[in-house]
Design a protein around this ligand. Structure first.
Ligand SMILES: Nc1ncnc2c1ncn2[C@@H]1O[C@H](COP(=O)(O)OP(=O)(O)OP(=O)(O)O)[C@@H](O)[C@H]1O
Length: 333
């Protein structure tokens, strides 16, 4: 049976059915619809005002590749300028190849690119050194906790370096729904309450951040990359396989099979949640608390598995001399 006609232009043959609506579209009309929806997300949420200098967190993966491409298409209408910021976490056998993809994108799209490295920002610590330091049971989970916090800080530093006024990341609806599930499963009411919405207005002096793809499904991000023939890096991080997120992802797939709207329902429920009162400011920010634990050779304390961790409050600690990760810290996992 021949493919139906595109429901939008009525001239080309449809190349896909949109996963959520079932609408049959040709590749060109699908890409135009996808871009229009991201434009709507940005305008309706007032995420990026005219004149904004936007640092795009560029990992080389499909989401940030699609985000950078879509924002480049929309930039003239939004009146914004873009700067790619890539973070080199120091993950051997993974990040170098991903960074090569970012460099190709920057050259092809004629966008400025700045690379910032954990090793330079965090007193010599790379993710490989952190992984060695936290080796033992639960190693990979700890890696993702450290990496998430440090990457957030690194992106902020990179964005400031290039004079950005806003930071955007490529998180899509599936990423957000997984995060909501993870926070529920961990009973982390504070993160649930803080994680909703399309971004943060830039509290505590931080640059405003947003996620323009937050309402786009992973399947459609992949379809957009396919029809726009985008070149991206698709391998999984070497530390990801045992991360807790994998369980949330499996659970989400089962939920979605039973209830196709489950992903967006979870995203929207998080937007409306206000479970926990705001926590008082910590003596140390998350990144500094983690680095402090690493430098003491006690990473377990920093992620909340010790007596006074990331999620516990306490009086400020005496500053410790920074210890470069040349010798193996005593693992306490
Ligand atoms: N090394 C990095 N440098 C700059 N930004 C990053 C980096 N890693 C992640 N990000 C930003 O954080 C977002 C979420 O990253 P994460 O790795 O959690 O998810 P992802 O779905 O695999 O994203 P992507 O497909 O873009 O890699 C990315 O889309 C990107 O904007």
């Amino acid at each position: 049976m021949p493919a139906p006609q595109c429901a939008s232009c009525h001239t080309a043959r449809a190349a896909l059915r949109r996963p959520r609506s079932g609408q049959a579209l040709c590749g060109a009309c699908f890409c135009a619809a996808f871009e229009a929806e991201v434009l709507h997300t940005v305008l309706a949420g007032r995420l990026l005002p005219p004149g904004a200098v936007v640092a795009v967190g560029a990992s080389g993966g499909k989401d940030s590749t699609v985000l950078a491409h879509v924002l480049r298409e929309l930039a003239p209408r939004l009146g914004i300028s873009l700067h790619l910021v890539a973070v080199d976490e120091g993950i051997g056998g993974y990040r170098d190849a991903a960074l090569a993809a970012v460099r190709r994108q920057a050259a092809r799209w004629d966008l400025p690119l700045t690379v910032v490295a954990y090793a330079d920002l965090f007193g010599g610590w790379t993710m490989d050194a952190v992984a060695r330091s936290t080796a033992g049971s639960g190693r990979s989970r700890a890696c993702c906790t450290f990496c998430g916090v440090l990457r957030r800080r690194a992106l902020e530093e990179g964005a400031r370096l290039v004079g950005a006024t806003h930071v955007v990341t490529g998180h899509n609806a599936d990423d957000m729904a997984e995060t909501v599930l993870m926070n529920f499963l961990r009973g982390d009411a504070g993160r649930l309450a803080r994680g909703g919405g399309l971004g943060s207005p830039g509290e505590g002096g931080a640059l405003p951040r947003c996620r323009p793809l937050q309402l786009a499904s992973q399947k459609e991000v992949v379809l957009y990359a396919h029809f726009r023939r985008l070149d991206y890096f698709s391998e999984e991080c070497v530390y990801a396989p045992e991360a807790f997120r994998g369980h949330a992802r499996d659970l989400l797939k089962m939920l979605e099979a039973a209830r196709p709207s489950a992903v967006l329902d979870l995203v929207h429920s998080a937007e409306r949640l206000a479970l926990a009162p705001r926590r008082p400011a910590r003596a140390l920010c998350q990144a500094c608390a983690l680095l402090d634990g690493l430098n003491r050779g006690r990473p377990r304390l920093a992620i909340g598995k010790g007596r006074r961790g990331l999620d516990e409050e306490g009086p400020p600690r005496e500053p410790q001399p920074s210890r470069p990760p040349t010798s193996e810290p005593v693992p306490d996992f």
